[in-house]
Design a protein around this ligand. Structure first.
Ligand SMILES: [Fe+2]
Length: 328
């Protein structure tokens, strides 16, 4: 991509080279009056890729919500195993648990288990420490769906009810995230990727395209700084949708709402700052391509940019390091 042009202004020196300037000319110079400036560098090459800084309308993927039937087992997996942090301020009873991961969260209300049709990609530091924690969980989570498997570039974990969470180490690929939810990858029917990409571009005003790799075609949507939704085509049969959801913040809140409303897709007007839709449709045909509930919040939502506590899971009472309680 060619660098963008950078325009700038320079102060004219004409007023000071004709001998002693008048008082009015001095005032003009001091005040940078328009007639003392001229645009001189509209053709100047910019050494930076300005487009690389662009963010679409979806500015953050904050949480993934799956209900769980047992908070003790959920604590073992998400907090003890993955090394994440229970939100100390909100949802502190046994009917729900919010689990912080960097600037994102898992929301885990108590109910029958929900399972994402795909997997969640997270970034967590220290792969060896992660493997040690997971290994210690084997016995305590025996008899559940819990599992983990090492791959070259990630550790694939499975929660006690079958949710797959792919744990990546921080790397150039996931910059600037060093702890957080980097992506959610959904399995979608063959032929759905193009229409899904159109939906996010035209309705949600999010950058989206379709790409191919060795596993086939997928739609790719930018949903935050270093965050993505991926919709990967598969010929495998998909389980029925069970109601789990993702939550995003958008800059233009009313624009997508108007388009979704025209299509009859908004199913909940939650409050002033939030609405929900669940069907992704092809904007050209209206065909429903995939179902995943989106909790859409404006950037004026009181929870936007709420500071989240993240602990250092290496701390213990047996090997305590003063000053190292927080993850940094
Ligand atoms: Fe939610």
């Amino acid at each position: 991509m060619s660098p963008a042009r950078c325009g700038t202004f320079a102060t004219s020196t004409n007023a000071s080279v004709r001998g002693k300037p008048s008082i009015d000319e001095l005032i003009d110079i001091v005040n940078f009056a328009p007639d003392t400036r001229q645009e001189v560098s509209s053709e100047m090459d910019c050494p930076f890729d300005r487009a690389a800084e662009d963010l679409g309308n979806i500015v953050e993927l904050e949480h993934v919500n799956v209900t769980v039937p047992d908070q003790q087992l959920a604590t073992l997996f998400y907090v003890v195993g993955l090394g994440l942090t229970r939100d100390p301020y909100l949802m502190t009873s046994i009917s729900n648990m919010w689990v912080n991961i960097g600037r994102s969260q898992f929301h885990l209300p108590t109910s029958k288990p929900q399972v994402v049709r795909g997997h969640v990609g997270i970034v967590v530091p220290d792969r060896e420490a992660l493997l040690m924690r997971l290994t210690r969980l084997r016995k305590r989570l025996d008899g559940t769906s819990f599992d983990f498997k090492e791959h070259d570039s990630f550790v694939e974990t499975t929660c006690p009810w079958g949710n797959r969470i792919r744990c990546h180490a921080p790397s150039e690929r996931f910059n600037p995230i060093t702890l957080g939810i980097a992506y959610v990858e959904f399995d979608v029917p063959l032929g759905a990727a193009e229409g899904i990409s159109r939906f996010y571009r035209r309705v949600m005003a999010a950058p989206a395209d379709v790409a191919q790799d060795s596993a086939g075609s997928y739609a790719h949507v930018q949903v935050g700084i270093g965050q993505h939704l991926i919709f990967r085509e598969t010929d495998r049969a998909l389980p029925p949708y069970d109601g789990h959801h993702v939550q995003v913040y958008v800059a233009d809140f009313s624009g997508p709402h108007r388009l979704l409303q025209e299509k009859g897709l908004v199913f909940e007007e939650s409050d002033q700052h939030q609405y929900r839709f669940r069907d992704i449709v092809d904007p050209e045909t209206g065909a429903v391509l995939f179902t995943i509930e989106h909790e859409v919040r404006s950037m004026k939502h009181p929870l936007y940019m709420r500071p989240l506590v993240n602990r250092n899971p290496a701390q213990s009472n047996m090997n305590y390091m003063p000053g190292h309680d927080a993850w940094v």
